[in-house]
Ligand binder design. Sequence first.
Ligand code: NAP
Length: 254
Amino acid sequence: MTIRTAVITGASSGIGAATARQLAAAGFRVVLTARRADRVEALAAELTGAGHQALARALDVTDRAAVDAFAAELVQQGPVHVLINNAGGALGADPVATADPADWRAMYEVNVVGVLNVTQALLPALTDSGDGTVLVLSSTAGLGTYEGGGGYVAAKHGAHVIAETLRLELCGTPVRVIEIAPGMVRTEEFARTRFRGDAEKAAAVYRGVAEPLLAEDVADTITWAVTRPPHVNVDLLVVRPRAQASNYKVHREG
Ligand code: NAP
């Protein structure tokens, strides 16, 4: 049997890196992409050293020409079976009244247009594989809003709509579309990026939450979903820590 290839965007940290590790362990050849080449190269070397097949490429998902060149190179190497659209994130937590439109634009670019770019570029290869999967890592912010969520919530709703629309449009082709929507996940960089390096504000997001989800928990969910038999489509899976019952209701100790 030929080895299946999975492309992961945003594989330089957090959920993307954990997913790369788990998909490699599940037997996939993994293609790791992110803007920080050194990070994805180091992870690919680690995985290759452990006997897996892994390739790293620097890629900014908002740069369409670069995405097209990446897809063209990859297709030369053989079929592509799985695309994990994970690259994304939040910038700021300002109310709608005062948020910076530049932050909104940047979030739309990476969380929505980035998903569109990579999905469009790889869709022919995913279809040609005869059994393709497009996975969109959205968020519970893609399903409901909260104060201060504005720009991120709007962008993740956009990612959710891509998954919903694409699933309708691809019905009848050999490509399934999976959306995984996590709630609170404590990763090293997500909140730090959102609050522009302010460690105190970043730590406050998880304060008192005994067990938020970790990157490995989401990677486990992603790996489960993409390793179901081809006729099984996990349309939308919401995964939160037990201590979080909604975007609003989080149990904090102390
Ligand atoms: P993270 O560690 O900050 O990961 C974000 C990843 O996206 C990084 O690898 C980053 O790599 C990459 N990235 C950002 N902009 C990019 C661009 N223009 N082109 C290519 N790659 C880019 O955060 P995370 O928590 O693992 O988040 C991963 C995904 O899960 C995001 O889509 C996030 O919105 C979503 N999510 C997170 C949570 C949470 O609570 N943490 C909850 C729900 C959903 P480079 O900087 O090297 O490019």
